[in-house]
Every structure is written in structure tokens, then in C-alpha cells.
Design a protein around this ligand. Sequence first.
Ligand code: HEM
Length: 522
Amino acid sequence: MFFIYLLLALLISYFVWDRYIRIILRIKYYEKQGVKFHEFVPFFGSYPGIMKFIKEKDPKRFPTIDYLKHCFGLPLPLYTGFISTRVLYLYINSHEPLQELFVTKNKYFDKHPSTSTFLKKTVGDSTLFMKSNELWAKKRRSLSASLYKQKLVQMVETMKQIGLETIEEWGKRGEIDIVTETANLMMKNTLACVFGRQNENPIIKYKENGQIRDIRLGESIQQNLSNASLREFQLHLMIFPELLPIYITKHDKELEFNLNQVIDYIKNLIRDKKEKFAQTGQYEGEDLLTIMLQDELFKQDDRMIIDECLTFFNAGAQTTAVTLANFLSYIAQNSDQEQKMRNELQSHLKNFGGDSKALSTEINMEKVDDLLYLKYCFYESMRIEPPVVISSSCQVNKDLNIQGVTIKKDEALIINIYQIHHNQDQWIEDEKYIPERFDPASKYYLTPAGTPRNPLSFIPFIGGKRICLGKTFSEYTFKIIVPLLLSKHKFRLVNQDHITNKPQYDAIMFKKPVIPMRLEKI
Ligand code: HEM
């Protein structure tokens, strides 16, 4: 009995230390340096406050973005503090610290384990959340080489085929929900580029509310990511985040089942490809999986390949889809911008508006590199509604003074990408969609004070050594597919109120909006 009491006393002491005293000491340490914190309830952190805010205000974007403004007003302090049950997160709300984090002190910049703990099963142990160690650097080098411009040539052919097929199907339907359809399009595109067209979007098993049904692989991947993100808000995991690696609730068990279906599918694909190789002595295809199977680092370890594939689907498809859906919606709101873009497409692509197959043949990477206004639209779509509104948890590997605050080694940092893209000292009329902001000849290229804008005010892919690996891939996907979609159709917003007030849309929000669009033949 004595030992049980002793164990209980030790456990309680641990929780009081870990959830209360340690957190209070940390808060005081940062408060002394001027950092402001959200309301905090011992053992529950800042969650009660944000949950009440969500219930009362029903925010239309990722909740912390609006919650920060609600608590601190604009302009936001440079740093603010949010307490999850046992982790202190320092939010970086302005670009100033990024010069040190991404440039001068970048060697100390790293990923913090917090985000990866609850997404681990969904994205695996891939480059995305790994520490910046030797293995990460090796993987990154290999993958970058596979996604290097020259290697993309074959994938560009795949993107063109998918663009053509999609617009044919959308054109026949006449009216579509642009949010769902761009998600399907980009998942199909990513699956085809990673697995090859023959394995593009197969059917797999999916469990929901106790029932197993057949769904497309792409849909399952999207659902799994949403369900994995929602784990953060399960009460027992909020209070005892130590249990995150254990999948015990019905929700978690179904998620685990569904994740295993996806993993099994990739495993079987690898097995089939390897068997074919054993018979013929060569691999067929220019898809990423085939490239990885021949890479010295990856070919020894199937699990490493599976994890990178999962990350590409989760990090790559939805982000690019959000950019495309928001672009089509904004351009439908502004006829001058649409005309400017169409004029550019017409002057660079002689088959734009003509035969679709001829246009597809004409489009290549060099041609789309000349489409500057289209590039500005791509950037502005990611500026105004960044697909990834906040970064995952990052850290520095040494105590560092950054912009007047000494940040402790291992403290969780979150980069508030949305707020940095809306800082009013950097962006003129930040709430307006203005592609000209990226045109050096435009007045919008400057800050409201007329000075050059800080380049770190625009960080949709974050920066430094952990910059997005799919940056070039996503830019080409966008610039190759858009001319094919717009050549013979105009996209129009169906709901009158969306013409002035488009629903917010990003890749990590829990409840996606519906944005119906009508395709009008030109
Ligand atoms: C518009 C499209 C995209 C946007 C806005 C975007 C944005 C981002 C951001 C913000 C990060 C940092 C995430 C973090 O905070 O941990 C990131 C990392 C990453 N992204 Fe993307 N991404 C896009 C497309 C893609 C695509 C298409 C791929 C794959 C083909 C991809 C693969 C990755 C990987 C592997 C990382 C981790 C890199 C590392 O830490 O070494 N992304 N991306």
C-alpha cells in the first residue's frame, strides 16, 4: 500500500511540477522580457480560452489567427505566448526575427517535436518534421535532386494530361465546388507524379462510424490528415498529451485502420515494382517512387520511401489545391486582373483559346517561366491566404537573443505566416488581392511608407534550410495547369456574396468552405 501511495504522490508531484510550476517559471521568464501571454488555466493551458472563443465567434479561418487579434489587437506584439497543457509556444507575429532564424543564425534553427507527435502516424518519420540531422540532410539532398527542374520535365507531361482531362470533365459539369474539385485535381496530380499514371487514384478500404467502405486513395489521405489534426482537441489528449502516441478512442482506432490501408497500398506498390525489377533488371517510369527505388539512400529502406510518399501527399496536394482554388476565386472577382492575365497568356501562347491539344503541346517549362503576371497571381494567392497559415513547431538549438528576447533552447516556436503576410507596415491595403505587389514597376511593390519591402514579409514556404522541398514543383504545377483550365472557360462565382466576400480557405483549417463556381465557355 505504501508503494502505491508513494507512486501516487510522485505522479501528482510530477504533474504539479510539469503542468504548473515549470510553466509559470517559463511564463515569468518571458514576461520579464516583454512577451504577452494568452489567458492560462493551470493543467488546461490556453485551451479553455480558445475553445470559448471558437464557440462564441465561430472563426472562419484557423482559430489561433483570429484569437490572437481578439486577445491582443492590431498590430500584434512581435512575440506572444500560448500554453498547451505542457508546452509553451512562442508565436512570431512579425518578420523581424526571421532574418536571424532563416539567415544569420539559421544553423541553430530546427524542428521541435511537438507537431510531429500528434501527426507522426499520418506523415511518418519524413523530412517534414525530422530534426536537422545528417540523415535529414542526406534525404533532402536526394529528394531535391529528384525534384530539380530537369527531373520535372516528365512530371510536367503528366501535369498537362491531368489538366486537360480535368477541364474537359469540369466543362461538361458546368458548375462545381471549386474547393472539392481542386483538391481532387491536385491529389490526382500528386499521386500520378509520385506513383505514375497507372496507379493514380486507386480504391482502398476506409472505416468510418464502424462501417467499412471503398473510397479513393486521395480522399482517404485527405480525410486522414483532417482526422489526425483533430486529435489535438480530444479532451484526454489535451490534458495528457503523453498519450498522443497511443490510439485508444474509436476515432483514433478508425484513423489507425485507415492509415494502415494507405501504407499497405504503398507497400504493395513497392513490392510489385521490386518484383518486376528482379525479373527484367530495370525499373519502368519517371515517377518519384521509381526514382527513389533507384536512389542509393532510399533503396535500402522501404519505410523511408513510404514516409516520404505520405508527406508528399499530405504536404503537397492540399497546399497547391488551396492556392489554385483561391486564385480562381479572386480572379473571378476582378475583371481587370483577369483580362491582364488573359492578355499575357494570349501573347505568349499562340494556341491559348484555340485547340486544347495544341496548347498542351505548346506549353513547356520555358514558356511558363515567361508568364510573369501569372507568377504574381500565384504569389498573391499565397500571400493573402497562405495555404499553411502557421508553421509547425520549430525551435533553436541554443539559447539565443533574437530581437530583444532570449529564447531558450528547445522552446517551441510557431511562425505566424498569416500575420506576417498581413503586416500593415509592409503591405499596402493588406486585405486586397493585388498581384502587382510582386511587380517591381508597381507602387504596390513598396511598403505604405514607400520604402522597399522586407523580403521576409513573404514566406509561404517558410525559409532557411527548412524551406519547402516542393516549392518548384508546386509553382510549375500551377503555371502549367492554369493556362489549360482558362483557355476556353471563364470561372464565375455562383454565390453573390462570394463576389465581394470570398470564404477564407487554407490547407489546415478543420471545416473547409464550399465555393460553387460556374464554368462559362468562351
Ligand atoms: C503551394 C504549395 C505549397 C506550400 C504553400 C507549401 C508550404 C510549406 C511550408 C510552410 C513548409 C514548412 C512546414 C512546417 O512548418 O513544418 C513546407 C515544408 C515542406 N514541404 Fe511544402 N508547400 C507546398 C507544396 C509542397 C509540395 C508540392 C511538396 C512535395 C512535392 C512539398 C513538400 C514539403 C516538404 C517535404 C517539406 C519539409 C521540408 C523540410 O523541413 O526539410 N510541399 N511546405
